[in-house]
Design a protein around this ligand. Structure first.
Ligand SMILES: N[C@@H](CCC(=O)N[C@@H](CS)C(=O)NCC(=O)O)C(=O)O
Length: 214
């Protein structure tokens, strides 16, 4: 709590993870927050204290007073709604529906193949990793990235003419794709991702964040 009694939002995060989406949103909104590092590499997400906050044992988590929220996309939407006057979410019904569409597209069509790749290359025990699923996931990603590539032709932002939370979630997800060499055939997406990360309020890129913890 601040001296004037205002509650400070807490972000439970770990540098290179999906918590980047939330940090980016808070930074674009210009909202003060307290960072609570949960070191995934050290297994801190499995501590009884953290599991009380998120029984799924995952990051990010946002705590706003007595209210704890998990799921990165739900958190960025909560923040955009809470600070609606900052304009990260359109108020017009169909524009807002388009923001939801691209948030879901990022979380399902783009992120899920990336998550499969990460799990089968680094997270699952070695004897359970499936090389064949990595190839399938790479193709699944490319099929959907082609849709977004066509959409981004001639656009600065994914919806309308101004920044929305859909851009922040998409740019982080594209940076993840870039880390596994999946943006090479998508010049629009690469340029869009670089433009987003050139913003003054942008968080560190995944590679930078990874380097900071190693
Ligand atoms: N759908 C969740 C996914 C959360 C998630 O899987 N977070 C990872 C870091 S990016 C995590 O905490 N992993 C720890 C684990 O699964 O043990 C979200 O978007 O917030």
């Amino acid at each position: 709590m601040k001296e004037d009694g205002e509650i400070v939002i807490q972000l439970y995060e770990f540098a290179p993870t999906r918590s980047i989406r939330v940090r980016w949103t808070l930074q674009e909104l210009g909202v003060d927050f307290e960072s609570v590092t949960v070191n995934l590499a050290a297994g801190e997400h499995r501590s009884p204290e953290f599991l009380k906050i998120n029984p799924a044992g995952k990051l990010p988590v946002l705590v706003d007073g007595g209210f704890a929220l998990t799921e990165s996309v739900a958190i960025v939407l909560y923040l955009a709604e809470k600070y609606l006057h900052k304009g990260l979410l359109p108020t017009e019904l169909q524009q807002r529906a388009q923001v939801n569409r691209w948030l879901l597209f990022a979380a399902t069509e783009l992120e899920q193949p990336l998550w499969r790749i990460t799990r089968h290359t680094a997270l699952y025990p070695e004897h359970l990793r499936l090389t064949a699923d990595i190839s399938l996931a790479r193709q699944d990603f490319k099929d959907m990235a082609a849709v977004m590539e066509a959409h981004m032709q001639g656009r600065l932002f994914i919806v309308g003419e101004t920044l929305t939370v859909a851009d922040l979630v998409s740019a982080y997800t594209l940076d993840w794709a870039n880390e596994v060499q999946l943006l090479d055939d998508f010049p629009q997406l690469f340029a869009y991702m670089e433009r987003m990360y050139a913003r003054s309020n942008a968080p560190p890129r995944i590679a930078e964040a990874l380097a900071s913890i190693n």
